[in-house]
Design a protein around this ligand. Sequence first.
Ligand SMILES: [Zn+2]
Length: 144
Amino acid sequence: MKCAFCEIPEIKERQIIENDLAWVFPTNIPITPGHTLISPKRCVSKYEDLSKEEKEAIEDLRIKICSSLKKAFEAEGFNFAWNDGKNCGQSVPHFHLHIVPRKEGDSGIYKYEPREFLYRPGSRKDSPEKELQEVAKLIRDNVN
Ligand SMILES: [Zn+2]
């Protein structure tokens, strides 16, 4: 799979800010005004591929860009998200954290409720407590 972030020069020209290891640019499909992406400069696909230094560089830019978006777009809060893998909707194989500025009465997203768009076993509203405890045990048993 080709990487648009690395291969399309217009995307580089959209850069807002950068540091040694990461950079910020506006997405071409904004959900709300000011919707931006933070990416490592190194072309890696998943969060687990990022070095500790790259994660810190991304966090540094996240703080800066959120401060700017509060001023530039009167953001009152944010949705932060990334799609970690092709099966999860990751369309560009280069890690990118979505920063979606939100404010009262904004357009685009009316609500952010993953439980309404992700697959749920049996499409149940709630899961039995026993099942949740079994899931917790299964995951806990596999923590390194
Ligand atoms: Zn890339």
